[in-house]
Design a binder for this molecule. Sequence first.
Ligand code: SF4
Length: 121
Amino acid sequence: MNESYERSRYLVIKNNCHTSKYKNSSVIKIDIAMTNKCNFICPYCYEKKIVNKNLTIGNDCNEYIQKLKKYTLNSISSATKTLEVVFYGGEPLLEKEIMTNINNAFIDINNSTGVEYKSVI
Ligand code: SF4
């Protein structure tokens, strides 16, 4: 299994897990695991067991961002008022540039659909 596939799979699993329960809601929530890498050592960390796997979305993810955008657009219905995105990890800021690109894709969705877009880290 190549590394790129591992990264995509990691992200997709997290997305699907968190969007499915909000189907037909006025709010679509998407939690995006940018990476499970982290430069902290919090004693309460529940990610400790997987942090060392070093999974990350990576720089070669433009195709994936387009798929994420399409997936999100397909999830929007006439009932949708708000799109809420959580960027998390690990430490999501370790993938700041990619996070900005994903953020821009959601801003495009906001501009084209009028659905309010909120994001947090
Ligand atoms: S993943 Fe979160 S909880 Fe774990 S060490 Fe990093 S910042 Fe702390």
